[in-house]
Structures are given as structure tokens and as C-alpha cells.
Design a protein around this ligand. Structure first.
Ligand SMILES: NC(=O)c1ccc[n+]([C@@H]2O[C@H](COP(=O)([O-])OP(=O)(O)OC[C@H]3O[C@@H](n4cnc5c(N)ncnc54)[C@H](OP(=O)(O)O)[C@@H]3O)[C@@H](O)[C@H]2O)c1
Length: 300
């Protein structure tokens, strides 16, 4: 099996191509997927650098997005069959031709959604969708600020907020993200975090905030949050009792809903570039900065 492993924690040169003699075996509740596409997520880059801890034994196969076809199913799996097109966001192991995934994290891909789109949605978009629906539980008529709206998480969160009937949608961005968001939806109030202040642009405190940036973003957000508002952060914590730190709980059912929304043209996934899956392209993509849209590697 062709795979890309990390031989150490560090810069992109720790990524190496390898041929493994065996394909992974699966447990009773797992599915084996033959990969067609995988995406680059900030998590993969942070993990490689050792920012998520360095305790895992190396070498290992990193990567966290799967889109491919089922080639084997565990003895307790009844809801999927061999040959079906599926997506998932496992923790590690996706930079390989074959990936084992837990059945509860797997979603079927609708016929008119490509493997590239599905891989691009698996982690970041699923996180944004879950944050708005489950963590913020955004209600019709509520106002929201999404910090970092041009990212994978933010862009899906903004679109999900529209679908849930939010009014007054504010978002922050930097660099190319500012113009991108202004064009993407002209109803959104886009704030350039390099040149503008939230308190100058947002006239009335908002009901909900999703922070994908961390650092000072929570402190800044709290200045425009209603006294009974709620702020959820994917990138930091705060002692204010309106703030909750959250993380993705991989959920196949939810990923399936998201794929269905894309299939029905109700939600858009933006792809910046697609290249073949190999170590040179993975290194190139992991080193890129300030990209608007997802970077995807395909196995075809
Ligand atoms: N805890 C979890 O379960 C979980 C799950 C998914 C994601 N995350 C985290 O959530 C964060 C966002 O993920 P993502 O996939 O959306 O990342 P992404 O696609 O790289 O997007 C991040 C966006 O934020 C922009 N940005 C950077 N600094 C900013 C600032 N000060 N103000 C406004 N925008 C700013 C970036 O612009 P430039 O590129 O131009 O700098 C980029 O458009 C990452 O840190 C990721 O690791 C956590």
C-alpha cells in the first residue's frame, strides 16, 4: 500500500513516501475505504509540527479526511456495503491508499458530489456545521459573528447560519479572505481584522459568536456579545461564563446532511487547488499559506 508517513515531528521534510507490505485490517465496527481524495487541514499541519503533542510513536500515517469507496466492512457493520462512495474525518491515517474508519463517522456521498468535494468537506466544514447547529444552536432571527469566515470552518458556519435563518451576519477576515467573502454573499458584513475594529462596525451586540482564530479574538468578540449571548471557540478558552471551548465530534449522520446540502446546491464548498496524491504535492500544499478554499489531493 502506498502511503505517506511522518518519520519525525517538524517541517515538511519529515513527510516521506513509503510502500507498506500490508493494507490495514479492520475491527468489527470499522469500514475499509480505498481513497480517491484527501484534503489538507490545519490540524494536519499542527500535528506534523508537534503542536498537538509529540507522544505518539513514529513513524505514523497522518491525515484526517477520507473520500473513497468501501472495499471491506467489519462484521458488525450493516448500514454500508462494498462499493459505496463514502466520506469521513478520522483522526490520522488518511494519507494512504486504504484507510480504516469507524462506522459512526462515515457518510454516503450523493452521486452528484465529487470525491474532491467530499474530502474538502470532511473536517473543517463538518466542524463549522456542527458548531452552528449543536454548539451554538443558532435560532431564527438571531445575529451572529463568525471570526475567520474565509476558512473552511468559517465559510460553512456562515452558510449554515443563513440556512438557520440568522439575520445580521458579521464575519472577520484578513488578506484575500476579505474580498472573497464580500463577493461570496453581499448580505454579510465583512470586517477586515487588519484595518477595522469590531466595535466600530457592529452597531448592536450579537447573540452568538463562533471563534476560529483564538488568541485575542475571544477578548475582542466579548466586546460585541450580548450579556446573555454565547461564544464558542475552536481555538481558545476564556473564564467568561458565556464562552465554551469546543472540538469536532466526528459524526457520519451530520457529514451526510452536509453532503446532501452540497448535492442540492444549498451549500457551497470552495476548492482552491487539486493535485495528485504524492509526497511532493503534499509537502507543497502543507507549506502554502493564505489560501482561500481547500487544497485536495486525488488518488486517481
Ligand atoms: N477543535 C477542533 O475540533 C477543530 C476542528 C476544525 C478546525 N479547528 C481549528 O479551527 C481553525 C480554523 O480552521 P479552518 O479549517 O477554517 O482553517 P483555515 O481554512 O486555514 O482558515 C483560517 C482562516 O482564518 C483567517 N485568519 C487568520 N487570522 C485571522 C484574523 N486575525 N482574523 C480573521 N481571520 C483570520 C485565515 O486567513 P489567512 O489564511 O490569510 O491567514 C483563513 O482564512 C484552525 O485553527 C483549526 O485547527 C479546530
Amino acid at each position: 500500500m502506498y502511503a505517506i508517513e511522518m518519520k519525525d515531528y517538524g517541517e515538511v521534510n519529515v513527510l516521506v513516501a513509503t510502500q507498506l507490505a500490508e493494507i490495514p485490517t479492520i475491527k468489527p465496527k470499522q469500514i475499509l475505504v480505498k481513497q480517491h481524495a484527501t484534503a489538507i487541514d490545519p490540524y494536519d499541519v499542527k500535528f506534523r509540527k508537534g503542536l498537538m503533542g509529540t507522544e505518539r510513536a513514529l513513524p505514523l500515517i497522518p491525515g484526517s479526511s477520507v473520500a473513497g469507496e468501501i472495499v471491506a466492512i467489519g462484521s458488525e457493520v450493516t448500514e454500508f456495503s462494498i462499493g459505496e462512495r463514502v466520506a469521513a474525518s478520522p483522526h490520522l491515517k488518511s494519507y494512504a491508499e486504504f484507510v480504516p474508519v469507524g462506522r459512526s463517522t462515515v457518510a454516503k456521498i450523493p452521486d452528484n458530489v465529487s470525491y474532491t468535494q467530499a474530502a474538502a468537506l470532511a473536517l473543517g466544514a463538518q466542524t463549522g456545521y456542527q458548531a452552528i447547529n449543536d454548539d451554538l444552536k443558532l435560532q431564527v432571527g438571531e445575529s451572529i459573528l463568525v471570526q475567520g469566515g474565509a476558512g473552511s470552518v468559517g465559510l460553512t458556519a456562515l452558510q449554515t447560519a443563513v440556512l438557520r435563518g440568522a439575520t445580521d451576519i458579521y464575519t472577520t477576515a484578513v488578506n484575500n479572505g476579505v474580498d472573497f467573502l464580500k463577493k461570496f454573499n453581499t448580505n454579510w458584513h465583512v470586517i477586515d481584522n487588519h484595518t477595522e475594529r469590531l466595535t466600530d462596525i457592529i452597531p448592536k451586540d450579537v447573540d452568538a459568536i463562533l471563534d476560529t482564530i483564538g488568541g485575542t479574538a475571544i477578548e475582542e468578540g466579548l466586546k460585541v456579545l450580548k450579556p446573555n449571548g454565547r461564544l464558542v471557540s475552536l481555538a481558545g478558552s476564556h473564564e467568561d461564563n458565556r464562552v465554551t471551548s469546543i472540538y469536532l465530534k466526528s459524526n457520519g449522520e451530520q457529514l451526510g446532511e452536509l453532503l446532501q446540502l452540497v448535492s442540492e446546491d444549498k451549500l457551497e464548498v470552495v476548492i482552491a487547488d487539486v493535485k495528485s496524491f504524492n509526497v511532493e504535492n503534499l509537502k507543497k500544499f502543507q507549506a502554502m499559506k493564505h489560501v482561500v478554499g481547500k487544497l485536495v489531493l486525488t488518488f486517481d
